[in-house]
Design a protein around this ligand. Structure first.
Ligand SMILES: *Cc1c(COP(=O)(O)O)cnc(C)c1O
Length: 503
């Protein structure tokens, strides 16, 4: 007991610690109450340890300050932080899907901390509509009669069904009852929207006669086609094309809705991308087409709805439109992204998602070589080898598409690949890599040239001995992702952390 008294007397006072000059920098960048709370808790923890008999000596002032500054440094980090994606998955849902183009980011910056024309018509000086902000450009680029944007494609699906088919039957093929991931399943959304799901056909075969037979006057609200964006049904199959479905819809006077998922604007079949384009969807006669803003379109999270004016007008007036509406930042990014599609050729070079998907293997090999040289020069203790690999579009798009890519296999004796992966994840700017048996793979498709120096810094931080482990729950959660990736057999090119197409 006497010992404890001695130890307790050696504890610093909270007020003294708060005046330590090592905290000066933190006072400049962090709210004071947060610092006070941290110091109080740290000193309290030391006291508890002494009282419980788990501390056998008094820590020096330096040791205590080291502990406190480490906690503060960790607290200063934002939860939403920049990372370097070296996984080769272009639309990595866990890493924020599409990277915006420079133009789109700039457009967001331009309206972010100022007033703007969100709902204001400069010409008349009266109230305007936020719907009009993207409508003109989307119409111009897609050729649609009308357009609107909501929070995401899930919201778009909900709004379309609620506005056009509440209390009515929506006819969908059993082969298209998609689960997109999480709790988003087409049948469940249908229920929530107030529409009634009418399944037709079998999982592998649906014929046009199935739709016709399902039709009942006054009961059927619409036909809906859902793109099987994250899976494909192959083998003994038959499905009804949009063209055929649209013709039947016209004959029966029913709207045909097409949830196409990704919203590819430019035909990229030449690059091995087997995805329908928005233009095709309209040409094939869909009355309403829905797609995501942050998949193959390469823009911000949003749901774009295009099609016949009479239907879009009904959606704009629906109460859910207000609940699902997007803010000025999203609209700014969307407008800028769509504007880039006016020049289709330039769009492939300037919209990061398209640029990454279209990168040719020889380019990637050359870039991998360049990064390897930088790494060798900075961290000669590691081994490096240029490797060919298979990359993915991700985001539940083009699930069967394998992109030929290149990366750098990196390893070091006595440093297990799992551990190297974890340390790279703790770098000042975290580098997210794949683990392939005894080495990590730094895939260059999803890394920009401008990010190479940061990737080098990540390896330097490992070489210098990364900061203390066990930091926060965020990195712990991220750990479960790559842990799974680590169990991949050599050469396996499935990304288990995408959970087989979860979007
Ligand atoms: C991705 C996807 C959705 C959901 O889109 P979000 O923008 O993620 O809400 C809905 N339907 C299909 C077919 C999809 O591929």
């Amino acid at each position: 007991m006497g010992d404890r008294h001695v130890l307790l007397r050696g504890l610093p006072k909270v007020d003294e610690v708060l005046q330590d000059k090592r905290l000066v920098l933190f006072y400049e960048t962090m709210p004071r109450p947060l610092i006070v709370e941290t110091v109080r808790n740290a000193v309290g923890d030391l006291r508890t340890a002494i009282l419980e008999g788990t501390a056998d000596r008094v820590l020096t002032q330096d040791e205590i300050m080291d502990r406190i500054t480490a906690i503060l440094t960790e607290k200063k980090k934002k939860s939403l932080r920049r990372v370097l994606n070296a996984t080769g998955v272009v639309l990595h849902t866990n890493l924020g899907r599409a990277r915006l183009s420079r133009e789109a980011s700039q457009a967001v910056m331009d309206v972010m901390d100022t007033y703007c024309t969100l709902e204001y018509d400069l010409k008349s000086g009266t109230r305007g509509s936020r719907h009009l902000i993207v409508e003109d450009i989307v119409k111009k680029v897609t050729g649609a009669e009308a357009a609107m944007a909501v929070n995401n494609n899930a919201a778009a699906t909900m709004l379309v069904l609620a506005a056009l088919a509440r209390g009515k039957e929506v006819v969908v093929s059993r082969g298209e009852l998609v689960e997109v991931g999480g709790s988003f399943r087409i049948p469940d959304v249908m229920g929530e929207s107030g529409a009634i799901l009418r399944e037709v056909g079998a999982t592998n075969k649906t014929r046009i006669s199935d739709y016709r037979n399902a039709y009942e006057e006054g009961v059927t609200g619409c036909f809906m086609k859902v793109h099987t964006s994250n899976y494909r049904i192959v083998g003994f199959t038959e499905d009804v094309g949009l063209k055929q479905m649209s013709a039947l819809g016209k004959e029966l006077g029913l709207p045909v809705i097409y949830d196409m998922g990704s919203g590819l604007m430019t035909d990229l079949r030449w690059y091995g991308l087997d995805e329908p384009t928005v233009t095709d969807a309209l040409k094939d006669g869909a009355d309403v087409v829905l797609f995501s803003g942050d998949k193959l379109l390469g823009g911000p999270q949003a749901g774009i709805i295009i099609g016949k004016k009479e239907y879009i007008d009904r959606m704009k007036k629906h109460p859910l439109a207000r609940a699902f509406r997007v803010d000025k930042m999203t609209l700014a990014a969307l407008e800028a992204t769509f504007a880039q599609y006016i020049d289709r050729e330039a769009s492939v070079k300037e919209i990061p998602v398209l640029k990454m998907i279209c990168a040719r293997p020889h380019e990637l090999k050359e870039r991998a070589g360049r990064l390897a040289d930088m790494l060798k020069a900075a961290c000669p203790d590691f081994h490096y080898e240029i490797e060919s690999c298979t990359d993915q579009v991700g985001g539940g798009s083009a699930p069967t598409c394998e992109l030929e890519g290149y990366g750098i296999g990196v390893w070091k004796e006595e440093l297990p690949a799992q551990k190297l992966e974890r340390k790279l994840r703790k770098a000042p700017v975290p580098l997210i890599v794949r683990v392939n048996h005894d080495r990590v793979l730094v895939d260059v498709r999803t890394l920009a040239d401008e990010e190479f120096p940061l990737a080098v810094e990540a390896f330097l931080s490992v070489a210098e001995g990364a900061p203390a482990d066990g930091t926060g729950t965020l990195s712990h959660e991220a750990g479960t992702l790559s842990h799974e990736a680590g169990t991949l057999p050599h050469g396996a090119e499935i990304f288990p952390h995408m959970k087989g197409g979860e979007i």
